[in-house]
Every structure is written in structure tokens, then in C-alpha cells.
Design a protein around this ligand. Sequence first.
Ligand code: SAH
Ligand code: SF4
Ligand code: F3S
Length: 456
Amino acid sequence: MTDRSADRHPQPQASRAKRLYIETHGCQMNVYDSERMRDVLAPLGFVQADAPEGADLVILNTCHIREKATEKVFSTLGRLKQEKDRRRAAGGQMTIAVAGCVAQAQGEEIARRAPGVDLVVGPQAYHQLPELIARSARANGVTLETTFTPEEKFDALPARAASGVSAFVSVQEGCDKFCTFCVVPYTRGAEYSRPAEAVLAETRALAAQGVREIVFIGQNVNAYHGGMSLAGLIRAAAQIPGVERIRYTTSHPNEMSDDLIAAHGEIEALMPFLHLPVQSGSTRVLRAMNRKHDAEAYLAIVEKLRAARRDIALSSDFIVGFPGERESEFEETLALVRAVGFAQAFSFKYSRRPGTPAADMPGQVADDVARERLQRLQALLRAQQLAFNAQQIGKRLPVLVDGPGRHPGQMHGRSPYLQAVHFDGDERQIGAVTTVEITAASLNSLGARMPAKAPA
Ligand code: SAH
Ligand code: SF4
Ligand code: F3S
């Protein structure tokens, strides 16, 4: 509820808006959650701040996926504590909250080890933030809330406020796959699909606010089963006026149903780009990872996808140096990459995560070996990405314009294949799909120009 008494009796001191700074780490799920936390806190009078300095509430939305990400949480909290002390010395105050996957996995450790933290809140409790903040203001120590109630969370979150041309819509959370290297099943809990009606209502509300591209997200988005399949959901969303582009991420190869593959050939709004993590090209390593598919099965899916949509561009995630990975097995990963030809990819050195089965597997790979493999893999992936971008030169591509570019008069947009495109245009094009002619390519973006009009 909004308290309007300050409007009726203006008091310059008391009516100062409260400032909220959220720092987001990790995956698309955290990006989405940070937006939803802003929505939950807006009715309390919180406005967005761009830095922790001067903020009344700082939320650190954390990622637990690799050791480095987790370590960063404690160093960041150290810096925030200093800022909090400065504010206190000046007679002010600042509340520090830790959210996200580290909050879920190591909430008690944060409460113990990180001075200055007022509140620790797990990803399933964000709808309770107003109440938790009030509770922590009254409390002496740290307030901790890490229960798992995804159904309750989604029902209780307020309406979505759109900003921008493209928006994430969470359709599914959690994971039951238990890949042996991964913490997500422990930090996000069991798979939960939101009812299709709720997802479509959120999509309609976003489209009505000017959003043109909907990105359905979930840890296993293609395992969606909220009363219909993901393919069904995409078909329904494509009917919503204003929705011009649809994407989804992240998918698991074993959930790539024929129905979903067929949708790529049939639904014009569904963009020809798919992030489909494979992790390794070695069947033995894939088995040790509990991925439940082999390299051949992955290649067969790629073939089917390309039969449905000839120009589909593929992206993936790779882990090198998984326990027991031999040089010859790593080379099988390189061979798979050569066989597929990726438009883009993420690759990581295996990181040992406490509590996961792989952490205790024999044959942990030495860091220098893993680093060297990662360099070789990344060199190959970079070459493929550059070649894919260079292939677009001379083509005309429809670009969804999402904002200004790097210098005056320049606009920024995305190709169907998710490439960043820069071209000289004007701001009235923001929110529209414009056809441009690609003139240049680099590793991370394309240059383009508005096509010359055909002579009359
Ligand atoms: N299905 C998920 C995957 C989340 S993790 C999703 O929604 O995106 C993203 C990627 O991080 C994984 O695909 C994997 O390549 C990598 N990853 C996960 N655990 C890891 C670990 N212990 N060490 C290194 N990389 C890891
Ligand atoms: Fe992690 Fe595997 Fe689940 Fe992806 S599918 S979130 S990698 S356990
Ligand atoms: Fe990180 Fe949690 Fe996402 S561990 S990758 S923020 S689901």
C-alpha cells in the first residue's frame, strides 16, 4: 500500500524517496528476479539507484555456480560494510540484503561470517521482501529466510513493470536433472512450472507496455509443463498482439521434443537461435556428468533442428577439465564443436562445488591442464563465432532496434541470431523491426546501414 500522507503534507526531509541498489550476478534467472524485487519494493517508495553509495537498501543478488562467483560475494560484502559504516558515522543508515543462490546455499555462513548483513533471502521468498525488511529493521541479528515455495512466490508477486523492448518471462524454475557438477538443483530446488495462463497474462501485460520480444526463461525451460508444453506456450504467445519475437533459454538436450523442434520451422516469431548446452563431446564424460545423453544424440538433435529451420544458429555451454577427463576425451569435445559449428558459446573450467557428486570423484584435473584445454577450446569457438558473424556481410537482416548505439546517431539492435547490430538510424526506430544491410563483422557485433531505396 502506498502512503500518500507525505504528498498532502510535504516535508522535505521525510518525503525523500528511498533508494534501492541491486547488484546482480549469475544467470538470466537472477536478472529476472532482480527486476521482480524492484517491482515488489516499488510500492514501499523505493526508487532505483545506480550505485551503493547513498542507497538506503542494497541487495546483492548472488550466483553459486562456480567457486569464483561465490568468493566474490564475501569480498563485495566487505566493501558494502565499509560504505555502511561511513553512512552510520554520518548519522545515516543502510540496509544490506543478500539474495540469490549463495543466500540459499550458504545463508547461515553469510549470517555468521559477513558483518553488516541485515537480511539473507533465498530465491523462493522474494514476495515476502516487504515483510522481511520490516522484520529485519526490528531484529537484532540477521534475518534469514530460505524456505522453498515457488507456487506461492509467483502468485504473490505484483504486476510486472516493463522497461525496454525485450523482456524475460520466467516460466519454470528449479531443476531435477542433478548433473554431477552442478549446484542449481540444491539452490533452486525441484522443477516447478508456472501455469500457462499466468505466463500468458504476464506476456500480454508486457506487450501492452511496448515490449516486442519475449524471452521465456527457466533452468530447464524446455521441460516446461504448466498445462501445456513449451511449444504450446510459444504458439499461444505468438498470437498475442505486439509480440514480434520469441526466444527461450536454457534448454536441456533431453527435453528437445519433436513438437518443439517443429515449432522452429512453423512459428515465424520464434527466432532461429538456440542455446543448447552440451558440456562435453565425450560420451564417457557425459555419462560421468549424469547428462543422460551421448555426443551422437546431441548431433542428431542438431540435425533435426537444422532440418526444421535451415538457418538456426546454435549456442552452447562447455565444461573442460571435468574429473577424469583425458586429453583424448577433450579432443572429442573439439571434434563435436567442429561438427556442429557454433554461432556463440560459453566455456568454463570445471569448478569443484562442495556437496555435488563430482567434487568427490577421482582424477581431479590439474589447473594448468584445464586452463590449457580451455584456451584451445575458446580459440576454436572464437574462430567459429567470427566466421558466423562474417557470413552475414552483404545480407539484409531484420533487426529489432532496442536503443541508442555507442555514438550520436547510431542505433543498436539484435539480429534474429541474437547478434548485436550497430547502424546509423534514429531514435524513432526503437521498438521496431527494421531491415538493415550488414556491412561489417567483428567477434562481438555487426555493423550495418539502412539499405538504399530501390530506384523508382
Ligand atoms: N540449465 C542451466 C544451467 C545453469 S549453469 C541454465 O538455466 O542455464 C550454466 C552453465 O554453467 C552450465 O551449463 C555449465 O556449463 C556451467 N557450470 C555449471 N556448474 C559448473 C561447475 N561446477 N564448474 C564449471 N562450470 C559449471
Ligand atoms: Fe545444472 Fe544440469 Fe540442471 Fe542445468 S540441467 S541446472 S547444468 S543440474
Ligand atoms: Fe548462478 Fe543460481 Fe543462476 S547459481 S547460474 S544464479 S541459478
